[in-house]
Design a protein around this ligand. Structure first.
Ligand SMILES: NC(=O)c1ccc[n+]([C@@H]2O[C@H](COP(=O)([O-])OP(=O)(O)OC[C@H]3O[C@@H](n4cnc5c(N)ncnc54)[C@H](O)[C@@H]3O)[C@@H](O)[C@H]2O)c1
Length: 334
């Protein structure tokens, strides 16, 4: 059976998802590309060979010829559109974050529980990246001993707009780190502190966070949205017996002018190309079988990363450590 997919939002991520569905997802068909900007939807639909276009996400979700949905519109649209998908009985791969409000995340979790089945897979694709897969495996195999610390660096070339703030770095960029740290360490965050150094210009300075886990481990996260030199993500997990670090991935090296150098991508699409494809294949299996993919992020995971982000924003604005106070994990998400 071919799964007919609607992609909602035809911006950077929506265009990438549309391309993956059209070219790299056997068993799936790109049925509709939907964007409030009709010209943009048309451009991506034509480039990827979609069957149809639309401008109303609600109408796209309701279509009888759509079996599953990928939400790649802006953050504020995720929870309302995820709720519409649950109401329509359609499984959804929703870009991160599920919402920037933990109350909205809880509403989505409640709707899934009321429907009696899982609908939401969240787009925290780092879980599918081979570096984090190997870190988690090394820890599970006992090669590291007890995990003590995790160091994480997330650097973008520059912010998309000049009014980007430290709080936005925490609510939009950092959730990837919050999620993958919880996933790799199999733990929850108990407290968060957040700091910013001073830049010499008006651009947003990096946000430096320290998380304390419920298992008394320490995690540092640098979110540097104006790193200037390239897209760069690094991570190292330090255990009592060994440590494991992500390698920089480069297919080529340039030798010349008495130097040897490798390049950086301008953004995340190249670095995580495999992870997005693995994630989307897992989503397709979820739609086909109804079984939630073992390593994927659920709406519960979306809630957890958002509640850490909410505490992080407070920690930054109030200049003090904040406790992360979460509800107990419902059995439904076990
Ligand atoms: N997983 C990742 O690695 C990753 C990376 C970047 C962005 N994201 C997430 O993906 C989402 C999209 O980010 P982007 O960078 O592609 O943004 P973008 O601004 O490039 O694209 C968003 C698109 O959504 C459209 N849109 C706005 N409101 C809409 C609505 N109600 N219905 C349908 N379309 C609507 C816009 O016209 C635009 O074309 C964001 O939530 C972001 O957090 C995830």
């Amino acid at each position: 059976m071919t799964i007919r997919i609607a992609v909602i939002g035809a911006g950077i991520m929506g265009a990438d998802h549309a391309k993956i569905v059209a070219q790299d997802l056997p068993g799936a068909k790109l049925q509709v590309v939907c964007d409030v900007d009709a010209a943009r939807a048309r451009r991506i639909a034509d480039a990827c060979g979609a069957a149809d276009v639309g401008a109303s996400p609600e109408a796209a979700i309701a279509r009888a010829d759509v079996d599953a949905v990928i939400i790649a519109s802006p953050d504020v649209t995720h929870a309302p559109l995820a709720l519409a998908c649950i109401k329509a009985g359609k499984k959804v791969l929703c870009e991160k974050p599920l919402s920037q409000s933990s109350a909205e995340c809880l509403a989505v979790m409640k709707a899934e529980q009321a429907a009696g089945q899982r609908f939401i897979q969240l787009g925290f694709m780092r879980r599918f990246d081979q570096s984090y897969v190997e870190m988690k495996q090394a820890l599970a195999d006992g090669k590291l001993g007890r995990a003590l610390m995790m160091h994480n660096f997330h650097r973008n070339v520059e912010t998309p707009n000049a009014d980007f703030t430290g709080a936005m770095a925490i609510t939009n960029s950092a959730p990837h780190e919050f999620d993958v740290v919880r996933h790799v360490l199999s733990t929850e965050c108990a407290a968060i502190s957040a700091f910013q150094p001073k830049r010499s210009d008006a651009r947003v300075a990096p946000v430096f966070m320290v998380l304390e886990t419920v298992d008394n481990q320490l995690v540092n996260i640098e979110i540097n949205n104006n790193a200037a030199y390239g897209y760069d993500v690094r991570a190292e997990l330090v255990g009592e017996q060994a440590s494991i670090a992500m390698n920089t991935i480069a297919y080529t090296r340039m030798d010349g002018a008495l130097r040897n150098s490798t390049g950086y991508d301008a953004d995340w699409r190249g670095r995580y190309a495999d992870a997005y494809r693995r994630q989307n294949r897992a989503f397709l299996r979820f739609v086909e079988t109804g079984t939630f993919p073992e390593i994927a992020s659920s709406s519960w995971d979306g809630y957890c990363s958002t509640i850490v982000a909410e505490a992080g924003v407070k920690a930054l604005s109030e200049g003090r450590k904040m406790l992360v106070e979460m509800i107990a994990k419902p059995a439904f998400f076990a």
